[in-house]
Design a protein around this ligand. Structure first.
Ligand SMILES: [Zn+2]
Length: 536
């Protein structure tokens, strides 16, 4: 038996079935009832929020022979022809692939002829921001004085790219992201029609993952159903198909972090990796989990915006009790930096390990928030009468608690662990340089061409004066950073901005990568090596 994708099967035919855009639907129905339909509409909003769906219903409604309360009847000849895609009165154009002046001219030529039957010719131009400037100009003339029987519906996800001249001639409707509740209840409805057994929790997870897009929600649900066709769709199965991690895991992770148990954290991450979970999703979900904890701390009456089942809520409340709001804020900061970085790298796991270690070891960071947390950790320990003999490798309370001036657990990598052929290894990397190296992917991401290209391929090392040394290739890159060009200063500014304090940057060049590997200490590699040391 063949399976029709839910998105196709349940595309709404009537205004009543459109969920989450009531403000728009009501206005349009009123216009139709009053026979005061406009001639140019602009529908803007993120993907999957119903723009083309509503455009099609509107096209049907204006041509319907017996509209019901402003909605198309679905029974008359016109409604049926449009539904079957056989009507000459509804013309859909994808501007992404028809963006030239000629494409628009074709439309304009056609506009001159009134419809053979029915009342209106409706032109739906999707992704209209893709039109070329010339095409916009050509369209503008028609929008200025459209024939009475023509309606233009322009749809776009990027309204800022639409020329103001066009904007000023359209009725603009902003489509909202659809709420998790609305999406979940729509999915529930469809599952009842399809007679598919499904756990409510499972649907809520899909609704949350869809991030405001009904279309994405339906296609995620499709994937899950296809994977477990003919069986009840449970929460666990959904997590499995989408590569996500159960909430309960985050609670376990939090407990390890609060105990500053690095090996517990790394072990748990190992488990997650072994289960084949999607690591970017893990980072996003854990950040969301922390956000929920923070909201719970911030207010008692917040359960509506926290999207968890009642059993999870009990657990979440318990976990929120275990942690201070300041600490959560610091965790969220580290994890949102991580989710920015993680897009650029193939070694996602290593970056997550670094972040987890940062959570466990506030002494690795030097901002005020982490200093405050170091004090908290110390107080906790003193309160419990513990004078710790050391947490996994660092040297006791004096090191972990009071070592405010910088050298952290990570920097005291014991000699001889894999670095035997590198006698010149520095004992410690200054904190600001380390941070610059960790943030390098972000700095590269923010740079524009051609600098982006050069610094992406650059090696990072430590200069004789403990300054950050950026090593580029001879040729185009070294010319670019030549002293009189001022590009080194620009890079310095960007690095300083990313790290949040002034950082001196020296640029040097080498003939090839091998020379760099042979003659320089590779900071990127060192930092990763530290992690391996920490891991043991
Ligand atoms: Zn009809």
């Amino acid at each position: 038996m063949s399976y029709t994708a839910l998105y196709r099967k349940f595309r709404p035919d009537h205004f009543e079935d459109v969920k989450g855009q009531e403000h728009i639907v009501t206005t349009l129905r009123n216009q139709i009832k009053a026979e005061r339909v406009g001639h140019a509409y602009l529908f803007c909003g993120t993907r999957g929020t119903g723009k083309t769906t509503i455009a099609k219903i509107l096209a049907k409604a204006v041509n319907c022979e017996h509209p019901v309360e402003g909605s198309p009847c679905g029974e008359c000849r016109s409604c049926k022809a449009i539904a079957a895609g056989a009507s000459m009165n509804v013309i859909e154009i994808d501007a992404a692939s028809n963006n030239g002046v000629d494409n628009v001219r074709e439309i304009i030529d056609e506009v001159a002829y009134s419809p053979a039957e029915g009342k209106y010719k409706v032109y739906i131009i999707d992704e209209v921001h893709m039109l070329s400037p010339g095409a916009f100009n050509a369209l503008l003339k028609t929008l200025e004085e459209p024939p009475s029987y023509v309606i233009f519906i322009l749809a776009t996800t990027e309204v800022h790219k639409i020329p103001i001249t066009i904007l000023s001639r359209c009725q603009r409707y902003d489509f909202k992201r659809i709420t998790i509740d609305t999406i979940a209840s729509r999915l529930q409805e469809l599952m009842e029609v399809e007679q598919i057994q499904v756990e409510e929790k499972a649907l809520r997870y899909i609704a949350k993952a869809a991030d405001g897009s009904m279309r994405d929600a339906l296609s995620l649900l499709d994937q899950c159903i296809a994977f477990h066709y003919g069986q009840e769709l449970t929460y666990d199965k959904v997590l499995d198909v989408l590569g996500a991690v159960d909430m309960e895991v985050f609670g376990r992770l939090l407990r390890h972090v609060l105990k500053q148990d690095v090996s517990g954290c790394i072990g748990l991450l190992e488990e997650i990796v072994m289960q084949g979970r999607e690591l970017s999703q893990f980072v996003a979900d854990f950040t969301w989990y922390l956000r929920n904890l923070l909201l719970l701390k911030a207010s008692d009456d917040i359960e509506d915006v926290i999207d968890v089942s009642s059993e999870n809520l009990v657990r979440l409340r318990e976990e929120a009790e275990m942690i201070e709001a300041d600490t959560i804020v610091r965790y969220i900061r580290i994890f949102s930096e991580l989710s920015n970085q993680i897009r650029y790298v193939s070694q996602k796991r290593i970056l997550i390990e670094i972040a987890l270690i940062k959570l466990c070891r506030p002494e690795m960071e030097s901002d005020l928030g982490s200093v405050a947390e170091r004090v908290r950790v110390m107080e906790d320990k003193l309160e419990n009468g513990i004078v710790p003999s050391g947490m996994a490798g660092t040297g006791g309370i004096l090191n972990t608690g009071l070592n405010v001036n910088g050298s952290s657990g990570l920097e005291t990598g014991s000699p001889g662990t894999g670095a035997a052929d590198r006698p010149a290894l520095p004992k410690a990397i200054p904190d600001d340089v380390r941070e610059a190296v960790e943030k390098w992917p972000i700095i590269v991401g923010r740079a524009s061409m051609p600098m982006k290209q050069y610094i992406k391929n650059a090696g990072l090392s430590l200069g004789g004066d403990n300054k950050l040394l950026v090593v580029v290739q001879d040729g185009l890159a070294s010319d670019y950073f030549a002293e009189q060009e001022g590009h080194r200063e620009l890079l310095m500014q960007m690095v300083s901005q990313a790290v949040g304090k002034d950082i001196e940057v020296t640029v040097r060049s080498v003939p090839d990568k091998d020379t760099f590997v042979r003659d320089y200490v590779d900071l990127n590699q060192m930092i990763h090596m530290d992690i391996e040391i920490e891991d043991e």
